[in-house]
Write a protein that binds this ligand. Sequence first.
Ligand SMILES: [Zn+2]
Length: 149
Amino acid sequence: MSDQFPEFFVRLDTFSSAVWYRTRRGRYRLEGTRCANCDTKFFPPRTGLICPVCYAREMVPYECAHTGTLVAVAQDNLGFPAWGYGDDLPRVMVIVRLDDGVHVMGDVVEFEEPEAVEPGARVKMVLRKHRREDTGAWVYGYRFVLADL
Ligand SMILES: [Zn+2]
């Protein structure tokens, strides 16, 4: 930490800026793919692969729904902060069934009480800081917050 970078740097593993750049549409907008033949939706995107339902080869970009329902909740309450996830601990990892049927793994942030984060709760996607590149630039991506929808 310094005057220039007041927030903590997280460097737990090798960072590939190229991978994070290529996956930015998925992280920013939940963009997956959709089979052009049978309309099955996929997230993360199945690019360059065949559809497992109808074996067609054409996939087109598809922006998943930004709201959904919690299916599974797991609290990572280790008793010490998980680096890079802010002060709103414990970290709560969830599986969300989006309103278009796609299942996504993510984190629920900015909740008041951990008990309110339970299966069946409604959530919406928000854009939050994920971590830092080695250059110091922030990488953003999706998180979920509880929402009355
Ligand atoms: Zn298909």
